[in-house]
Design a protein around this ligand. Structure first.
Ligand code: DC
Length: 445
């Protein structure tokens, strides 16, 4: 209760991370404006320091010189009527820091450990009192690991290159899309593979993929998440109008957490808006309800048609969004229903193996999941589940049920062939590989 009141008073710390061109700056600025918060662009700080290094003609590989520079430089972000401006030792450098030469040179500067330490400390100071939207690469992971809300924005490389292309064109500069795509891929590599604070999504961040979103939609989504936190609502509340589903969700979730010590990782990867396919390995009858309660999204399920022959069971599972599937061959009716739901913006859970694994290992998948992805055009979130096959071990405190959600796979971003059958297989293989990776090599039963 006290925590809630103090959050309201001071305002939240909202961390927005993501790669270049994902829409971070625009989103963060507008979110801050709508909430009346301070907007802090941490990239501008690294850029300002880089500008100074260039002006002084420093060797960008000389980490000692760059560290000293960081100690002796004053960078300020000042809120003006027309936005936030960046000051370097007292001079306004807001335009200069966007120069392509700065963009090209910032990589080595922001990789220096001491530089990061100095700037991170300043960023922590700026955000300490809350009421901030801070944007960067390491805000949720390093600067504010206990931020009230962490958002990770992402978009396809093609889309990010397109945005950059349009921006440059508006400024009267011309480049090719191919060159821009290469540049962006290279920056991603740099940001993600550097030793110091690499760009990665915090475990408790919510992923928003902005590829097909308008700026307004991105902002609305972040604001909706922020309001939930402000209202003191846990984010762990299922989003559904279906009362029976909601009741069962809370009941089962409590049960699984208490009895089976359910732990969930990466739930923020389950895209909040729009249709999404969830694809999991399959160990037990418990898997559907466990995965259902591991995410705040309302799921739709496929269940073998024989279960619908018992009237009471049929009533219950139908109200829990189960649809009958004939597992004998390709069930076109079920396929059409699933595709329809996905196109309608809903989430569907599939088990690509089709049946439970007998020994706990990952079996061969049918290509249904690839087919559904191609037909619906929606992304797939891979899932690894463990601990449900011998759930009694969890009851005895010897194991835990673990659900891990991986990063979504966007089929259109894979190298597809155009041959449908081959593409179904290709997507399915990718899904199974990703599930295998999530299992981390050790298959727990
Ligand atoms: O977001 P931007 O393009 O203005 O960021 C400029 C550079 O600074 C970019 O190469 C990544 C780096 N950066 C960082 O390492 N950590 C941050 N918190 C913000 C930016």
């Amino acid at each position: 209760m006290r925590r809630r009141r103090s959050r309201k008073q001071r305002g939240l710390i909202i961390a927005i991370d993501g790669p270049a061109g994902s829409g971070k700056s625009t989103t963060a600025k507008l979110v801050a404006k709508r909430l009346g918060y301070l907007y802090i662009d941490t990239g501008a700080m690294y850029r300002a320091l880089t500008l100074k290094a260039l002006q002084l003609g420093l060797d960008l590989n000389d980490s000692g010189a760059l560290s000293k520079l960081a100690d002796n430089t004053k960078i300020k972000l000042v809120q003006h009527e027309d936005g936030v401006r960046t000051y370097l030792d007292g001079s306004d450098v807001s335009e200069q820091i966007r120069h392509p030469e700065v963009t090209r040179s910032v990589g080595p500067v922001c990789s220096v450990r001491h530089v990061r330490r100095v700037l991170v400390r300043q960023q922590q100071e700026l955000g300490r009192d809350g009421g901030v939207v801070m944007e960067g690469r390491d805000i949720g992971t390093v600067v504010f690991p206990s931020a009230d809300l962490k958002v990770y924005l992402d978009a396809s490389i093609r889309e990010r290159a397109k945005r950059r292309y349009l921006q440059l064109k508006a400024e009267g500069r011309v480049t090719s899309m191919e060159v821009l795509e290469q540049e962006i891929a290279q920056r991603d590599m740099q940001d993600m593979s550097r030793r110091e604070s690499p760009l990665r999504m915090a475990k408790d961040a919510v992923l928003i993929d902005t590829t097909a979103q308008t700026i307004e939609e991105q902002v609305d989504e972040v604001i909706a998440l922020a309001r939930e936190v402000i209202r003191g609502q846990r984010r762990w509340r299922v989003k559904t109008e279906n009362t029976f589903y909601r009741f069962s969700w809370h009941f089962c979730r409590t049960l699984f957490r208490v009895l089976f010590r359910l732990t969930v990782e990466g739930e923020g990867n389950v895209i909040r808006r729009d249709g999404v396919i969830l694809a999991s390995n399959h160990l037990s009858l418990l898997d559907p309800p466990v995965i259902g309660t591991a995410t705040v999204r309302e799921l739709n399920y496929l269940a073998k048609k024989e279960l619908f022959e018992y009237p009471i069971l049929k009533q219950i599972i139908t109200r829990l969004n189960a649809m009958p599937v004939d597992r004998g061959g390709v069930d076109r009716v079920a396929l059409r229903r699933v595709t329809g739901l996905l196109r309608n913006g809903q989430a569907v859970l599939l088990f690509p193996e089709g049946t439970r694994s007998e020994d706990g290992s990952l079996g061969r998948a049918r290509t249904g999941v690839g087919m559904v992805a191609v037909k619906s055009g929606k992304p797939i979130v891979p899932i690894s589940i463990s601990g449900t096959r011998k759930a009694y071990r969890c009851l005895l405190g010897l194991d835990k049920i673990r659900v891990r959600f991986g990063k979504p796979i966007f089929p259109e971003r894979l190298k597809l062939t155009g041959n449908r059958r081959k593409d179904y297989q290709l997507i399915t293989d990718e899904v199974m590989n990703r599930i295998r990776k999530l299992q981390g090599g050790s298959v727990r039963r």
